[in-house]
Design a protein around this ligand. Sequence first.
Ligand SMILES: Cc1cc2nc3c(=O)[nH]c(=O)nc-3n(C[C@H](O)[C@H](O)[C@H](O)COP(=O)(O)OP(=O)(O)OC[C@H]3O[C@@H](n4cnc5c(N)ncnc54)[C@H](O)[C@@H]3O)c2cc1C
Length: 477
Amino acid sequence: MSAAVTDKVALAGFRRIVGPDAVLTAPDAMAPFLSDHRKLYEGAALAVLRPGSVEEVSQLLAFCNGTQIGVVPQGGNTGYCGGATPDESGRQVVLSLARLARLRSIDATNNSMVAEAGCLLANLQREAEAVDRYFPLSLGSEGSCQIGGNLGTNAGGLNVVRYGMTRDLVLGLEVVLADGRVLSSLGELRKDNTGYDLKALFVGAEGTLGVITAASLKLFPRPRAIATAFVAVRSVAAAVDLLNLLREASGDRVSSFELVPQVAIELTTRHISGVSQPLAGEYPWCVLCELTSARAADDLDAMLENALREAMDGGLLDDAALAQNERQRAAFWRLRESIPEAQRREGASLKHDIALPIGALARFVAEASGWIAAHLPEAVLVAYGHVGDGNLHFNVNARAGTDPLHLVSRADEVQRVVHDLVAANGGSISAEHGIGRLKVDELARYAPPVKLELMRAIKRALDPNGIMNPGKVLHSA
Ligand SMILES: Cc1cc2nc3c(=O)[nH]c(=O)nc-3n(C[C@H](O)[C@H](O)[C@H](O)COP(=O)(O)OP(=O)(O)OC[C@H]3O[C@@H](n4cnc5c(N)ncnc54)[C@H](O)[C@@H]3O)c2cc1C
């Protein structure tokens, strides 16, 4: 049985559960929780709740379920699709997981750790290092995003080509369901074929099915040998061929393979201090690639150099620079990781986080960039990203000296063309950033009807009152 209550009754209920200090209602205190990182959405909330234990999360959800109050889970609030921002009604609550930030256990023998949702990703990487292990999830936002948010979005990042996405790193989860029950499945098993894989459902659900409070995560041997190169490839097709050549030549030791176009090098060198041109010449397409090995004795530099020489002989590339030391390697990565910030400083841009089968990448880039050149003379294409995973951030910036509002006014048209081409080439309209609020209509448009029916059925089964992050991923019922 559920019943709506007045704001006053709801706030009293929250304070009873978590204590008055963990219920924020003052506008200044709530402000950082009410808009998203890209400033696409500005919401309102009845309160921001900061529980300090799983039991408190459970009681809060049971209370919200009984009183039909929408709950918006929030981690580091670095998401790109508005998934952690409440709507404008002022009737939802933001549930911040920041205080659940304990590393419950770490086991180098089992190569696993159990971490609470509010742990910062960068802290978990350090904890793994402290026991001589490696946690491979790595994103530009790792200093502020939380593992709960990474799980909520099924984040990708820089090492997917070798280690997979966040979902691939999960052994078990603890989740508080909409009615307050706790699904505790924090097993640290590699093999467990006992029925449906429920944890897979919650990863990437963006808080619409329950609140993840902890996860058991895989660890790996630490990379002890690293070789990194910045390479000018002849074309996007040549980049794909180079990836396959490197994977074979290195015995599958490629851990990152990132596309960086010349236009992104121009943007970063112009806007970000300390970034410099990595190669002597200018080339339309470059890749930043990295090999890693857990064996310190592996001579990865020689392996990479030989493979690049073979690629050059085969006509795949024009030039390459191998990082000679850690400083040069860091400079290559700084350039790559500064692209989003440089783009932001350049001004308005239209962003598309898309994935394609790797074999279709070159055709897609030719078709989509051809359309942009023909129809948007005021735009510059900045297509970059995790090309080793078939993932491109296919972004369009306003050309300097043009009116950015004109480009922005054509956002829907550009998105339709880009997403139609993605669909025609067998791709995905969201590679790693999720759906959030931003792409709800796009998902409804491109997902197969049976998939949408199943998603709605799962949502109804787990959250019959529709309190979990309403309006995100799927339209509210
Ligand atoms: C500079 C920069 C670089 C980035 N690079 C990448 C990249 O390479 N790859 C990539 O994938 N993303 C990237 N991102 C996007 C973002 O960092 C990721 O989506 C990240 O996983 C979000 O984590 P968060 O803690 O900030 O989550 P939030 O933004 O707080 O939340 C994201 C979603 O998860 C839900 N959620 C949060 N916590 C929980 C929980 N405990 N239980 C259930 N649901 C929850 C929220 O409701 C929301 O729907 C980048 C962002 C920035 C700013």
